[in-house]
Design a protein. Structure first.
Length: 566
């Protein structure tokens, strides 16, 4: 949720104040493979296909969400333990090739006028074949990917549902996600509509790779307030996770994960959702990077953050026989000890006593999945205490064959007195990693930075960080909200270029944020996939054979880079 520019002092939102579940709920999650209840499923409340977006006049980016003010106790924080995973900073500059960088939706964009009346922006965006689509809570815009020229918008999020009818058309409540389904070359965009007794998740799938064309539009219904939605792309479904808050939106009732019937939605047909609700908060579903599919039958992986651990579930929906769907877990994956960063008001700024929120209670969007051919990887991050500041704790998990283990982990916190938080993480086709995040302190206005590593770098390390956009303003008194999330994603054309978008301020103020979109790539990532091949090893490596005699060897053939024979 967000804070509007009027009456914001009365609002304490779930996006900040929901942490991990309270003790009663945590006690249920200590074992492995706990039984999960039966799924529930229901068809979309309505669906249709729109006329081309380019023919629809943009609606104003006005919020309709002032009626929700969720007040909850702030999360308890873990004890102040030493973090053994803090990177020792003998590091090298990032070997990255800079790409396009331009201002997105927000104040001060020279391409258009925009007035901010809420915070935070909840910045999300992705690149398609020729376009970049960015959505910042109540407004989205379509840009040319080659030069950043605006093609459509800014428009209120509900513009996509113009003529659809109901609350998806009339309400503009935000908490958006933009995805590019690289397997089908389609856009997927979603936000919720929050009217008590008629909670909806509004989901649209483009007919083509052109975001300004026609859209298949859906409304999925919930009996409880579905907060903090995060949508991901997987071959068998679009997965979405929520923090649920009861019929009045006032009390946390559990985390919910749902699968939408991707196949039906791609063709604009009737679609159902299959959902499970469990007593854990702030879940993320695995989100596919690249076009190399997971092995056949691989479930979607669902994860959240535990105490010095990650929790992992496996979700396999069955849209033909929904009752046969399966959801199992959690499996607990031990990680190096950490102290969770604060939820709210802990990052200082220059020229003001106002501090910024961190959301240290949860994993940050996205849970990136990559099939590298010879192994499968999950990548994710969250914010932790790192001495007197906050840093980015990041993980690369090996999930080959469905068995999860920590391949790399580290806390990125250079000894420079700067706070780092609000990260987003992705992996290119070579296995190189990039993380974007906010950075700031009492001496530095909040800015947008990124760091990364190539597969040949020393394990558990990132490069020294790079500035994508320097902030030149501080967020002033009585507004601590910052970000809620940002988005790092990989270009579907070359599978090498990273695109990152987040918020910054151009001048001191209270409701005057701006956003930036930037791209870069590693020099080691080429335009083509590594050539599939194989190695052959014989045991023993040699034998002595007399003339006319025969012998034998044990031969092992090992596939490389996705080789499957032929």
């Amino acid at each position: 949720m967000r804070v509007p520019s009027a009456g914001f002092l009365a609002v304490a939102t779930s996006a900040i104040l929901i942490a991990s579940p309270g003790p009663a709920l945590q006690a249920q999650g200590q074992g492995q493979g706990l039984a999960v209840g039966r799924p529930d499923w229901v068809p979309a409340a309505r669906h249709d296909t729109s006329r081309p977006l380019r023919e629809i006049p943009p609606s104003p980016a006005v919020s309709t969400r002032g009626d929700f003010a969720v007040k909850l106790a702030p999360p308890s924080q873990q004890g102040g333990q030493t973090d053994p995973a803090v990177q020792s900073f003998v590091s090298t500059p990032l070997s990255a090739i800079s790409g396009l960088s331009f201002d997105g939706v927000g104040e001060g964009n020279p391409q258009f006028a925009f007035n901010v009346n809420y915070a935070p922006p909840d910045t999300t965006g992705e690149a398609g074949l020729t376009q970049y689509v960015q959505w910042v809570n109540t407004a989205f815009a379509v840009f040319d990917k080659t030069d950043g020229t605006r093609l459509y918008g800014p428009a209120g999020g509900n513009t996509i549902w113009s003529g659809f009818g109901g609350d998806c058309e009339t309400r503009n409540d935000g908490d958006p996600i933009v995805q590019y389904d690289q397997l089908a070359n389609r856009w997927v965009m979603t936000q919720f509509a929050l009217r008590a007794g008629n909670y909806l998740q509004c989901v649209a799938v483009s007919q083509t790779e052109d975001a300004t064309g026609a859209w298949h539009r859906y409304a999925f219904s919930y009996s409880e307030f579905p907060d903090y939605p995060k949508l991901s792309v997987w071959p068998d479904a679009y997965y979405i996770t929520f923090n649920m808050f009861g019929s009045t939106g006032s009390s946390f009732t559990g985390g919910r994960v749902c699968a939408y019937d991707r196949t039906q939605m791609l063709s604009g047909q009737d679609a159902i959702q299959i959902c499970y609700q469990i007593p854990y908060a702030s879940l993320l579903a695995s989100d596919l990077d690249g076009t190399r599919l997971p092995p056949s039958g691989t479930p979607n992986y669902v994860m959240n953050r535990g105490s010095n651990a990650l929790r992992l579930w496996r979700f396999t929906p069955d849209f033909t026989a929904p009752a046969s769907s399966t959801f199992s877990g959690p499996t607990t994956i031990a990680v190096d000890a950490f102290t969770a960063a604060c939820g709210r008001s802990c990052v200082p700024q220059p020229s003001t006593s106002q501090k910024l929120d961190v959301l240290g209670d949860r994993l940050m969007y996205r849970l990136s999945y990559r099939n590298l051919g010879d192994r499968e990887a999950l990548s994710v991050n969250h914010s932790v205490v790192a001495g007197s500041v906050t840093g980015i704790r990041w993980y690369e998990l090996d999930i080959t064959g469905g068995v999860a283990s920590v391949r790399q982990q580290s806390t990125f916190a250079p000894n420079d007195g700067q706070y780092r938080w609000m990260g987003s993480m992705a992996m290119d086709k070579m296995g190189n990693i990039a993380i974007g995040y906010s950075i700031g302190s009492k001496t530095m206005q909040a800015s947008i930075n990124f760091a990364g590593r190539e597969v040949t770098d020393v394990p558990n390390t990132l490069s020294i960080d790079n500035t994508l956009q320097a902030g030149t303003g501080s967020q002033l008194t009585r507004l601590s909200r910052w970000g809620d999330y940002s988005t790092m994603a990989v270009d579907p054309v070359d599978d090498c270029t990273f695109w990152y978008t987040s918020e910054y301020l151009q001048a001191n103020g209270t409701f005057n944020w701006s956003t930036r979109v930037g791209s870069f790539r590693f020099s080691s990532c080429g335009d083509t996939d590594p050539v599939p091949g194989f190695t052959v090893a014989a045991t023993p490596s040699s034998r002595t054979v007399a003339a006319g005699e025969s012998t034998s060897f044990d031969v092992a053939v090992t596939a490389q880079n996705g080789y499957t024979g032929g």
